[in-house]
Each structure stands twice: as structure tokens, then as C-alpha cells.
Design a protein around this ligand. Structure first.
Ligand code: PMP
Length: 305
């Protein structure tokens, strides 16, 4: 269960959690065109709290809205401030932030006409998305029977609500089989991304991640790329197959919720030694240092409350 907080920001006002409701004829509920973000706020080593790469998340929210042809009734600056205010007012030291933009009620049918845009920001405490043990020991992954979206069927660069029907189906499928996360292949059969994470693999000391062509431009993915650059770890953005992944020495997922989660198995095959490898561990440690404000090189990514 989501841990309830006091207030939710909705259409420009902070209102009690219980009152943050929308009408059942909200267009997005029926047809799926709404957009959202997932952001984390961390308690830093100096006792202050900071939102990680907030401006990048808000930029992506606006890009998603633009792709979805949804008019944003607030500016980026207003959304940045509203995210900070929502965390502050709920007295959270750390947690997850979920801005969501909906097409509201008005006309029905797939054409949304001039239905108003509704915007809300919720925050709640959220520990490790796949569990503390997942971060430490790695997870078991299964390639899904569902294919990731074709670029002309759904807009893969946008966090459009309806895109996630594919993620929910894939996640349920593999969870029922006892795995932790689903990996989806693209329409040509190459590894694309997971239900809410990007993927990296390591072979012979080089990191490899699929190019952005048909996947979400993950902010954690970009963070890892920049950490790898600063550590001079070679990295290529190139598509790869599931069998190349089976023979990787290391692999991991990245995502705001999942942070940097090692993969210890794919389709019942051990990855490397079946435990987080040295490059994964090094990047994971560097990631947590950055988000907790311990690395001045990347301090511009932190938005203190
Ligand atoms: N791919 C998908 C489909 C996602 O939903 C997410 C989560 N936003 C990611 C990748 C990872 O993106 P980020 O690191 O920005 O959270």
C-alpha cells in the first residue's frame, strides 16, 4: 500500500490527500492519454533533502505532454516549485514524487475536444522499488512474451499513461512465474527495456546499452552514462540480442524507482557469477554517492528543498 501523506498538489493548490479525486469521466481514465513522471528526493549526507535531476524530469514531462498533444496549464518553473512544495509540506525527508497530467472530463469519445488539463503532484515514502535485497544481490529477470511498443504504435519517448498497459501485462506475467522483473524485446527482437527501467550489460570491461531509438530516454540511464564517462569506463550505445545478454559478465537495470539494480539471472541463466559484478558495484556506489550529495562533481543535479 502507498503510505499516505497529508497533502496532494492539484491544479495549483495543496489539498488534503482524501480530496484529491477526479471525475469518472476523466478522458485519460478511458483512453490512456495522460502523461506522468517519477522523481526521487533523497536525504543527503549533510542532513538536507534534495530532489534528483528535478529540472530534467520536468523537461521530460513537458516533452511527454507535447508528444501527447496535451496543453500544459503551468510553466516549467511553476511545476518545479510545486514539486518542491509538495515534498516540503508533507515533511518528507526522502521519497518519490509523481506528477501526473490528465485530460479531464468534458466530451467523451476518443477526440478530447477542449477538455481541461488536470495536473496533480503526489509524493510518498518509497524505499527500494524491487527491494533492498535486489539492490544488494541482484534480481532474476525473464524475457516477456509481450513485445515493447513499435515506434509508430505508441510514442516510446513519452511517459504516456496508456503505454504502461504493456508494462503491467509484462510485469504480471513474469511475477506469476516467480521472476522479479520482465525484460521486453523490441518489434525486431532486440533487447529494449524493462517495464520501468533501462538496461545495461558489461562484456570484457565495456558497458553496452541499447540506443535511444525506441526506448524511454531514462534519466538514470543518462546518469550512469555520465558516471561511466567520468570514470573512463568504455561504453557503447548499440542494440543487442537476448543471447548476447545471456553471455554478459554483468548486467543491471536503471530507473528512478529501481535506481541501479543488478541482474543476476536472465531466463534462468546466470549472468557472470550470478551476483553483482565489480563494474555494477562501482557504478551503483557512485550513483548513491551522487544522489546523496557526496560527489561535488555532480552537485548541479541536486535541487535542495
Ligand atoms: N523505461 C521505462 C519504460 C520507464 O518507465 C522508466 C521509468 N521512468 C525508465 C525506462 C527509466 O527512466 P528514468 O531513469 O528516467 O526513471
Amino acid at each position: 500500500m502507498v503510505q499516505k501523506v497529508e497533502k496532494i498538489w492539484m491544479d495549483g493548490k495543496l489539498i488534503p490527500w482524501e480530496e484529491a479525486n477526479v471525475h469518472i469521466l476523466t478522458h485519460t481514465i478511458h483512453y490512456g492519454v495522460g502523461v506522468f513522471e517519477g522523481i526521487r528526493c533523497y536525504l543527503c549526507h549533510d542532513g538536507k533533502s534534495a530532489i534528483f535531476r528535478l529540472r530534467d524530469h520536468i523537461d521530460r514531462l513537458f516533452d511527454s505532454a507535447h508528444i501527447g498533444d496535451i496543453r500544459m496549464p503551468f510553466t516549467k518553473k511553476e511545476m518545479v516549485e510545486a514539486c518542491k512544495e509538495t515534498v516540503r509540506v508533507n515533511k518528507l525527508k526522502e521519497g518519490y514524487i509523481r506528477p501526473i497530467v490528465l485530460i479531464g472530463e468534458g466530451v467523451m469519445g476518443v477526440y478530447p475536444g477542449d477538455n481541461p488539463t488536470r495536473v496533480a503532484i503526489t509524493t510518498w515514502p518509497w524505499g527500494a522499488y524491487l527491494g533492498e535485497e535486489a539492490l544488494e544481490k541482484g534480481i532474476r529477470v525473464k524475457v516477456s512474451s509481450y513485445t515493447r511498443h513499435h515506434v509508430n504504435v505508441m510514442m516510446t519517448k513519452a511517459k504516456i499513461c496508456g503505454n504502461y498497459a504493456n508494462s503491467v501485462l509484462a510485469k504480471r506475467e513474469v511475477m506469476k512465474m516467480g521472476y522479479d522483473e520482465a525484460l521486453l524485446l523490441d518489434t525486431e527482437g532486440y533487447v529494449s527495456e524493462a517495464t520501468g527501467e533501462n538496461i545495461f550489460m558489461v562484456r570484457k570491461g565495456t558497458l553496452k546499452t541499447p540506443p535511444l531509438t525506441s526506448i524511454l530516454s531514462g534519466i538514470t540511464r543518462d546518469t550512469v552514462i555520465q558516471i561511466a564517462k567520468s570514470k573512463k569506463i568504455p561504453l557503447i550505445e548499440e542494440r543487442f540480442t537476448r543471447d548476447e545478454l545471456y553471455t554478459a559478465q554483468e548486467a543491471f537495470f536503471t530507473g528512478t524507482a529501481a535506481e541501479l539494480t543488478p541482474i543476476r539471472e536472465v531466463d534462468d541463466r546466470k549472468i557472470g557469477e550470478g551476483k553483482p559484478g565489480p563494474i555494477t558495484k562501482e557504478l551503483q556506489a557512485a550513483f548513491f554517492e551522487i544522489v546523496r550529495g557526496k560527489n561535488p562533481e555532480f552537485k548541479e543535479w541536486l535541487d535542495y528543498l
